[in-house]
Design a protein around this ligand. Structure first.
Ligand code: FMN
Length: 355
């Protein structure tokens, strides 16, 4: 095939890759369609560059490195395709315990990075000196943006269809003492409009007409595992329906060191253990959770933190907890927001050892 035609196919391939990424944030069907076109372009690209297979394992170190990147890129594309098909047909239960969403996101990130390395390696054959240096810097910047930016965008636009009964039910744990599971979640402190899907970056879990927060879903799993009582931390004020507006309000709370008022008062005397489930906010403990913890004398109690997050882990939230409570704070469990629907067994395992 003529070099010009090959370049055209590469340009189409690249455009379709970015189209597949972008459509994630608009529509599932559009995303799938862009994905199918992208796969078709990958196939044509393979046919046009068959020579690659004939020269596999040959050439200098840089060529071999490029070949390894291409093979890894191919593996990522296979993972992307399989996970994409499983996610597109949720009723077909294919390895239901596997977290296909995380695999899909991970494969998208690695494909993105490997594709840029592959492009750079090819460019290095034609471009030299300052231009190659600039292209390398630009590639590193793009890869960094992909590695950190894609999970960040995923966190914002996280909208997951779940079957609550199915994901909450699981292995029960023998857990001594009287237990209370307390959770704080954005969803239970927000008045969402009827058409919640139209809200910018809604970041919610949905089971039919009902919507759930991540921490809320985890708290329900904990309740199912332990048979504990369940309590939601509710603030007097409501948070904005828009995800980005909520992050701004939260940032204000941190900079003003504001402790939001809570609209309930419960007695904790009867409980020996409190399992506290909360999302990581700005790398730390959300202010409403601080309001809750500071409102009680928890001497003699055991506090078990479970943190849900978008990649930041527990941040310094557990350190903050230890400073503001007299309770004995145990080792925490952290759960990545894309892993919620498959977290049930992990929660039982954690609680079996936390007692
Ligand atoms: C105000 C705000 C701040 C956040 N800050 C962080 C953060 O610093 N690091 C992180 O990994 N995730 C952060 N997240 C993401 C949440 O921790 C994550 O999406 C969590 O699973 C949400 O739980 P929820 O649905 O129960 O509120 C933030 C979310 C919000 C709303």
């Amino acid at each position: 095939m003529a070099k010009r035609n090959r370049k055209f196919i590469d340009a189409v391939l690249l455009t379709l890759f970015f189209a597949s990424l972008l459509t994630t944030f608009f529509s599932k069907n559009l995303h799938a369609l862009a994905g199918v076109f992208f796969l078709f372009a990958v196939w044509i690209h393979n046919v046009a560059n068959q020579n690659f297979y004939r020269t596999l394992g040959k050439g200098n170190t840089s060529r071999k490195f490029n070949q390894i990147c291409i093979m890894l890129f191919g593996t990522s594309i296979i993972l992307l395709t399989v996970s994409g098909v499983v996610l597109f047909f949720p009723n077909v239960k294919f390895f239901p315990n596997v977290n296909w969403l995380s695999i899909h996101l991970g494969a998208a990130i690695s494909s993105f990075g490997l594709m840029i390395i592959h492009l750079l390696m090819n460019a290095s054959r034609y471009v030299r000196g300052g231009k190659l240096f600039l292209a390398t810097i630009f590639s590193i910047a793009l890869i960094t943006a992909g590695v950190f930016g894609l999970p960040y965008l995923d966190r914002w636009y996280h909208k997951v269809e779940v079957n609550r009964a199915e994901i909450v039910d699981g292995e029960k744990v023998q857990f001594g003492g009287k237990i209370l599971t307390v959770y704080f979640s954005r969803v239970t402190n927000t008045d969402f409009p009827q058409d919640v899907d139209a809200v910018s970056g809604a970041s919610i879990m949905r089971d039919g007409e009902e919507i759930f927060g991540n921490a809320q879903m985890i708290a329900m799993m904990v309740q199912d595992a332990t048979g504990s009582d369940l309590l939601a931390i509710k603030t007097s004020k409501k948070y904005p329906a828009s995800y980005s507006e909520t992050t701004k309000v939260a940032r204000e709370e941190f900079s003003n060191d504001e402790l939001p008022a809570l609209d309930f008062r419960t007695k904790l005397d009867a409980y020996d253990k409190i399992i506290l489930v909360y999302p990581l906010w700005w790398g730390t403990l959300p202010k409403p959770v601080e309001s809750f913890v500071k409102a009680y004398d928890m001497r003699g109690k055991i506090l078990i933190p479970i943190v849900t997050h978008g990649g930041g882990g527990i941040g310094d939230s557990v350190e903050v907890l230890k400073k503001i409570t007299d309770a004995k704070v145990t080792e925490p469990l952290d759960i990545y927001s894309s892993d919620i629907s498959s977290a049930r067994q992990n929660i039982s395992n954690f609680l079996s050892n936390a007692d």
